[in-house]
Design a protein around this ligand. Sequence first.
Ligand code: SF4
Length: 347
Amino acid sequence: MDKDLPSWYHPSKYHRSLGNDMVQCLVCERRCILQSGRIGVCWNHMNIGGGLYNIAYGFLSALESRPIEIKPLFHYWPNSTALTFSGWGCNFRCPWCQNYLLSQSRPSIRYSLEKTPMELVFEALRRGDNGLCASFNEPTIHAEYIIDVARIAKEKGLYFTLVTNGYMTLGVLREMVDVGIDGYSIDIKGCPDSCRRFLGIDPYYVFRNARYIIDLGGHVEMVYLIVTNANDYDECIDWVIDNHIHYLGEDIPLHINKYYPAYRYNEPPTSMRKLLEVYNRARKAGIRYVYIGNVLDERYQDTYCPRCGKLLVKRRGYRVVYWAIDDNSRCPRCGFKIPIKGHYIVK
Ligand code: SF4
């Protein structure tokens, strides 16, 4: 570490040198090529003299204890709370971003809370949270920090989850899972056509990464925000559902979420009719745990046994108000195994 650099500039090993002080960042699949002095798309990684630095290490834009169900993660440590934190910036530019004040802003020392990884973990313990969650902005772009936090969290017996667009490279993802980040709420932004048009990204990497996490023993739930006139047409819906089944299988939950106008996008909010259409198509395709989120009607947040139809979990206001799955994660009526990572937390 260069002693002339600010303390929040943290060297990043996730890069390769291209010669002449040029580097390629290998944190996410944007794989930015940076000349010395240039910052990547995410505003968090900078080439300084031919080395890559995370220039906002430990800068937090928000910090709050939140229910795990709000992520949404419905099959991971149900009814627990996670100390949820975020940094600044993003590697995507979704025109409808619901968190744009944090995610479409450059890191700011003036408006940041600074926490070392140790301080953050002790804050979670002090509040009585069961784990930590990196959310609100894209966690991948401060991977160096969250990996350090997760290492300590694991030692202290806390879980660690991400709410992510799932666009990290396999090298970073492998390290995340290895240090104990084992819960992932992953946004699938749409099909290749809509993702190219609105975001300039390839959603194939998202399914590749979700599959990789599952193969390494991690837990995944997918979130599909249905955005009016962006990713809500038949071919796009079919592509998402077909690839969910193909890459992830029928046991991985799919959350179908309602979009509201925000940031630079003003199309009308998703209709309940459209959400139900996608819900029914996903169920028909064989996905066993399909939920509808961001709506007032909370019936579609409940879990039913796929075999006998018994109501197993009722969720209201992002809390579990009824729990009938037995201690072996089975339906008490027919014995069907329900995929749950961790166990139900009585609060
Ligand atoms: S983390 Fe940032 S700098 Fe690195 S490849 Fe992704 S967008 Fe580019």
